[in-house]
Design a protein around this ligand. Structure first.
Ligand SMILES: [Zn+2]
Length: 329
């Protein structure tokens, strides 16, 4: 299968016009990825240069003390291909035990540390409200199910709002199905309370198509980040290696499903291209495939919608200094 894909890519890059028609060759921003202890700065930087992504908004996992230094190192080694998202979930933000003050203080510390090191951070990493439990070798985790009434969550959101940055929220509407109605109505409230701020739901929030339509209809400033919503994730679910709630934007042949193509073309400002690499496998084996998958998906949209989803929205919401080109040739 992999070999076939390689041959297809080679064939397409040889026949220039086919490439231009079937693969989006515009500016490509990955609006949220993460680097943690399982991979080195050198390897990540090499991958960033190799995989035809123009800019990556990067958050750091692991130790708080070294987060800014890691970012500085990756930015230097990758020749300025990343922008900093202040980490939000270190010191056990997503675990039950730590005190709210400890985790909130740490976000403020990381922000100050970025400023001290002259990093022009463009935003903050994902704020996790809900997360299913995990029990595999790279992540052992008890799970968490909070909502917008949680003190810890509203304090974290307020830090981001105070900075006038978009708020990235990690919600799991499927894995916590019984709370999805409550979360949806809280989202609409949030949107009304802060009409001038943007909220980005990472991993599509595991929202079903009708729930995405609902949010688009009921709000103006809540948007969707496209990570963890493809066949690769579905294969992991079948193997028992991923939680079951992730949605799939693609059909069996790795084409964006027609209903999503139509929704994206109608509402291009509501979707933000995001890969969310986290572990070593994402940065290594999975990275090139995912970029190819999305460049192909973007080519199935209207040209202007594709440019907006791949670059324009991230540029706008995160105030990035980048040109969004339709075709980089
Ligand atoms: Zn996430």
């Amino acid at each position: 299968m992999k070999k076939l894909l390689m041959i297809m890519v080679m064939f397409m890059s040889l026949s220039g016009s086919t490439y231009a028609d079937n693969i989006f060759n515009g500016t490509f921003i990955d609006a949220h990825s993460q680097v943690g202890p399982l991979i080195t700065n050198e390897v990540v930087s090499k991958q960033l240069i190799k995989n035809d992504v123009d800019l990556t908004l990067l958050s750091i996992r692991g130790k708080s003390k070294t987060a800014t230094q890691r970012y500085i190192s990756v930015n230097k080694l990758s020749k300025n291909k990343v922008r900093y998202l202040v980490p939000t979930k270190l010191k056990g933000f997503t675990r039950k035990k730590p005190n709210d003050d400890v985790v909130i203080k740490n976000i403020k510390y990381l922000k100050k540390d970025a400023i001290r090191n002259n990093i022009k951070y463009v935003g903050f990493g994902e704020i996790i409200l809900q997360h299913a439990p995990h029990n595999h070798k790279k992540l052992k985790y008890e799970g968490i199910n909070r909502d917008f009434k949680s003190k810890r969550i509203s304090r974290a959101i307020n830090i981001v709002l105070k900075d006038n940055k978009p708020v990235i929220l990690h919600l799991e509407l499927n894995d916590y199905e019984k709370d999805s109605k409550k979360i949806l109505s809280q989202l609409v409230e949030l949107s009304k309370r802060y009409p001038n701020n943007n909220f980005l739901l990472i991993h599509m929030a595991q929202a079903e198509f009708s729930e995405v339509e609902f949010i688009i209809r009921e709000t103006k400033n809540i948007h969707f980040m496209t990570s963890t919503a493809d066949n690769a994730t579905q294969r992991k679910i079948k193997q028992g290696k991923a939680q079951i709630g992730w949605i799939n934007l693609f059909d069996k042949n790795d084409n964006l499903q027609k209903k999503w193509v139509n929704l994206m073309n109608k509402n291009p400002q509501r979707f933000v291209l995001t890969l969310d690499n986290v572990f070593d496998v994402h940065w290594l084996r999975g990275y090139g495939n995912k970029v190819y998958l999305w460049r192909k998906a973007l080519a199935s949209l209207n040209k202007d919608s594709a440019v907006q989803i791949a670059c324009g929205n991230a540029k706008n919401y995160f105030q990035l200094n980048i040109k969004c080109l339709k075709d980089r040739k």
